[in-house]
Structure formats: C-alpha cells, structure tokens
Design a protein around this ligand. Structure first.
Ligand code: FAD
Length: 388
C-alpha cells in the first residue's frame, strides 16, 4: 500500500483497509493508531495478548539496555521511550485504564567486585553515548534503595528508564483499538493469501516466521512473579537491574505488591519452567534484595521473545510485497518499542513513505528470497518496493 486514504463511509463494511495479524502489543497499538485515523481495521488473533507480552516485565530501558554493537537499535529505543509519557497518558485518557506506568527510574548494581567491573564497563559505554547514567557511591546507593543487600558493591542510576505493566497495557490497547473501530476476529491466519485487504500488517511475534519467511526465531525467557506478604508494596521502588555472581537479573516492583524477577535468555523454543532456572533467578534476586526471601512465589512461567539475527526489529514492507508490512522481531524490547512501532507503521500505511527512522530495520536486510517465497508473493523487483 502506498498512501492509503480512509475509505468513504459505506454500508458495505466487509473489506477492511488494513488487516493486522496478531493482537499483541504491536498489532493492537498499530490497529489503534490506524483506526483512530479513519481506516477500517480488522485484527486477526485466536488468543489476543497470549504471546510474549503475557509474561514480559515491562521495563522501558533504552539506557540500561544500550549494548555494545547495537547503536541503531539504541537510537530507536531512545526515540520510542521518549514517546512513552504521551502514549501512556493518551491510552489511559482514552480508555480510563491505568497501565502501571511508573517513572522512578532504574538502579543498576553489581554484587561482587567482578560483577561491578563488568557493569562499569557497560556504564562507561552508555555514558560515552551521552546517555544519563550516574554512578552512585555505596552510601548514595543505599540512600536511594535501603533494601539493597549490604554486600552490593556499587551501582549507577538511570533516571529516564521507566516501567509499565504489560498485563494492564495490552487489555488497554485492545479497548482503545476496539473503541476506535477496529474489529477483532478470533481466528489465526494460516497463510497471507487468506487475508483479504489491500494492506496486511504482520505483527504476529514469533508467528511471523511461518507467515513471511522472515528470520524471526523464538528466544525463551523464564521469569518469576513474587508478592510481598500482607499485600503491602515492595520495600523498593526503582527497577533494579543487577549483576550477581555472574547472573544478570532484574527486579520490577509494582504498586500492588508484585515483584517481577527475570529473566533467562535461552536459544530454545519450549516454554517449560526448569528448577535450575528458578533456582538461579531466586538466588540472584535474594542476594541483591534479601527481603525477597520472605515473599510469596506466585508464578514461574516462560515466554518466547521474537528474536532476529541482529536483535533488532523488522519494520516495513516485505521485499517485493509493498502490500505486506512487517512489524515484528522486537525481541527483548517490544514493550518499549510499542509507541514508535505503532506510529511509524500507521504513518507508512497512510502515507506510503517510510520514516527515515525505519531505514535500519527494513525487512530486506536479511536477504529477499526467503521472505517472498513464504509469503506467496511475486519475485522481488526494484519497482514497487517502498524503500527504493
Ligand atoms: C520473559 C520476557 C520478558 C520481557 N521483558 C520485556 C521488557 O521488560 N521490556 C520490553 O520492552 N520487552 C520485554 N519483552 C519482550 C516483549 O514481550 C516482546 O518483544 C513483545 O511482546 C512483542 O510484541 P508482539 O506484539 O510483536 O508479539 P507478542 O507479544 O508475542 O504477540 C504476538 C501475538 O500474535 C498472535 N499470533 C501469532 N501467530 C498468529 C497467526 N498466525 N495468526 C493470528 N495471530 C497470531 C499471538 O496469539 C499473539 O497474541 C519480554 C519478553 C519475555 C519473554
């Protein structure tokens, strides 16, 4: 699709302007943005919100997750995080649903001397990019988070890394999309040729690989949920990201007493919860925040992140299929990347011109042939490709 105008009002509302495959955060946010701009939108998903977002922690951490060798991804994460305050306010304003958006910031810590050395190297890299990372002396660290274990050797503060609760976010997006007029069809899409719309957006998380041939692979993450006793709020208020005897963990406190403790990163596609992973996560979490030992362990679960060969999302038309837009492969960052993905894909659907921000994330960076073969489209040509 190039430059889609809203269809004129019609009694025949059968054929949508846009079909979205997948009702996770991506699909629902894109559907909301498109429907709010007057397009007729249908969203296909047999189990909305049942993908990676159902287990995700909801950290909005472009600074703490600015890793070596991922500068373009870091740029997109920062741009999306900057949209989060307005996005959250608009979503809550539209739906009346609180989504657990919190802005206390993130404290990053190292438990041992070795952990701190590793952490400091990353913080120096992040500071070198000009990102707001402030080293904290041990006394400053404990002033900020008294619940941290006395053994914790040192830390840093990333004030602009925030959090949201994905289990509140996704239902709110669904409400917003439906109120804007998007229609949810509770069926899977087995082949793109079954979709009848001038534009199809594939936002199916790990399910995008089978539909498009794009190199999206499941990356398993095991994650725990604990609850402070007697329904009180956790004894810490920042997101804590820590290195603890070589384990990398995070702890995300919620106002209702929940603490999310995660997560493993495993190159496998099952969702089994293993005793070893639970043990490692709990040991690291309790080493950093001893009070967790008194919490109830209420959930141990695994989800599958939609990973790509370069850890960055795939955003834009499939090679040779300007009518099929990918919005997938968000891997560890799908929650933070929701606002920018929704805005830029909706702009692309309506205007036909890709925003320059999308250029590093185009679908053909992994090669054209596989994607086209699986999506049943014609051979790639230079004409007709929105990117050329
Ligand atoms: C343990 C863990 C922790 C995480 N923590 C964070 C975090 O703190 N911050 C962050 O930003 N990100 C985090 N993530 C990543 C984030 O959850 C994902 O990047 C995000 O959910 C991707 O959104 P999505 O809508 O593309 O896919 P998903 O959330 O996976 O949703 C895909 C949807 O598509 C549907 N679908 C699939 N195939 C089809 C089909 N053929 N037809 C119709 N529908 C289909 C599914 O039913 C599902 O509803 C975490 C992930 C995990 C696993």
């Amino acid at each position: 699709m190039t430059g889609r105008s809203p269809s004129p009002p019609s009694r025949d509302r059968v054929r949508p302007d846009v079909a979205v495959v997948g009702a996770g955060p991506m699909g629902l946010a894109i559907a909301w943005r498109c429907a709010a701009r007057g397009l007729r939108v249908v969203v296909h998903d047999p189990a909305p919100g049942s993908g990676a977002s159902a287990v995700a922690a909801g950290m909005l951490s472009p600074v703490a997750e600015a890793y070596f060798g991922e500068r373009e991804l870091t740029g997109l994460l920062l741009a999306s995080a900057a949209r989060w305050p307005a996005f959250a306010a608009e979503l809550t304003g539209t739906t009346g649903v609180e989504i657990g958006y919190r802005t206390e910031g993130t404290v990053m810590v190292g438990l041992t001397g070795d952990d701190l050395a590793e952490a400091r190297r990353l913080w120096a890299y992040q500071q070198g990019l000009g990102l707001p990372v402030t080293p904290l002396r041990p006394s400053e660290l404990r002033d900020r988070e008294p619940a941290l274990a006395p053994r914790v050797r040192g830390g840093a503060f990333a004030p602009t890394d925030h959090q949201v609760d994905p289990r509140l976010l996704v239902p709110a997006l669904r409400t917003a999309a439906q109120r804007a007029g998007a229609v949810l069809v509770p069926q899977p899409v087995r082949s793109l040729s079954d979709v009848d719309a001038p534009v199809t957006v594939v936002a199916a998380g790990c399910g995008a690989a089978a539909l498009t041939g794009l190199p999206v692979r499941p990356v398993k993450g095991q994650i725990l949920r604990l609850r402070a006793p007697d329904g009180v709020a956790p004894g810490f208020r920042h997101v804590i990201r820590g290195y603890a005897d070589g384990e990398h963990v995070y702890l995300v406190p919620r106002a209702d007493g929940e603490v999310v403790l995660g997560a493993t990163v495993e190159e496998r596609a099952d969702t089994t919860v293993t005793a070893g992973a639970v043990q490692r996560l709990l040991r690291a979490g309790v080493d950093l925040l001893p009070e967790l030992a008194e919490y109830d362990l209420v959930e141990a679960v695994a989800g599958l992140r939609p990973g790509t060969p370069d850890n960055a999302p795939i955003l834009g038309p499939l090679p040779g299929r300007p009518d099929v837009l990918a919005a997938t492969g968000h891997h560890r960052h799908g929650i933070v990347l929701t606002p920018i993905t929704a805005d830029l894909i909706a702009d692309l659907v309506l205007g036909g011109i890709p925003d320059p921000l999308l250029a590093p994330f185009r679908a053909d960076r992994f090669g054209a042939a596989a994607a086209v073969a699986a999506s049943g489209g014609p051979e790639p040509t230079l004409e007709g490709d929105l990117w050329n």
